[in-house]
Design a protein around this ligand. Sequence first.
Ligand SMILES: N[C@@H](CCC(=O)N[C@@H](CS)C(=O)NCC(=O)O)C(=O)O
Length: 251
Amino acid sequence: MLTLYHWEPNANSGKPMLALAEKGVEYESRYLDLLNFDQHQPEYLRINPDGTIPALVHGDRVLTESTPMMEYIDEQFDGPALRPKDAASRWRMRWWMRFFDAYLAPSLSMIGWSVFVGPAVRQRDQKELAAAIERIPLPSRRVAWRKAVFNEFTADELEESRRRVMFGIDVLEAHLTAHPWIAGESYSLGDINGFNLGYALPLSQPQHCNDALTPRIMEWLRRIYERPAARQTWAKGRTQLASRIGMLERR
Ligand SMILES: N[C@@H](CCC(=O)N[C@@H](CS)C(=O)NCC(=O)O)C(=O)O
């Protein structure tokens, strides 16, 4: 029995969703509405006491952390291999996954939470919001929610995040000029990871990520979006967040 607790096909939730689709593995999908604080409800905290998504339940195992979760999926189930065999390519894939998770993701997340998550919930009852934030188990997530809801990200924080995103776009464009895929010559978990972070860059950073300035990134994003597994995964999206992917359609 395989159950995935997830939100939209986006960032961390989209990583195991796309990996499972690539492997052709069926799973029970449990959608948690992040904007409704479903991930902090007692029934989910019994699965993942941190109150973060995604979480994968396989038999009596509970797996958290989306990147090692993807490695588990690739190792555990039949289907096309999503990690290269040779040591150098596997190292490159993991190098990039580390860079995506540790450097680019927090910056993109801060920008996303300030322009999407915060405005999406801000008009709700302030007392209820404050109580919902108090119930968040991880102090770091409590801070992120408070800053997003009450518009408290500082100009310096946002500026530094934008600088990091621009740096990330530059190094990714240079890498994809030399290699077709993140690991080098073959599609891998590294591409799944990067795609989930970056599929909306042409919309969120149009002045930095576009056909003229970053043609390799644009082509890479479109090639991934054209994979049946990606189409199938993003069709599960319920909000405008996931529907942003439509802008990768070739005209
Ligand atoms: N490092 C974890 C991060 C999980 C995480 O923070 N997920 C976000 C959604 S992308 C979340 O659950 N946010 C809920 C919250 O902050 O309340 C992973 O890769 O799975």
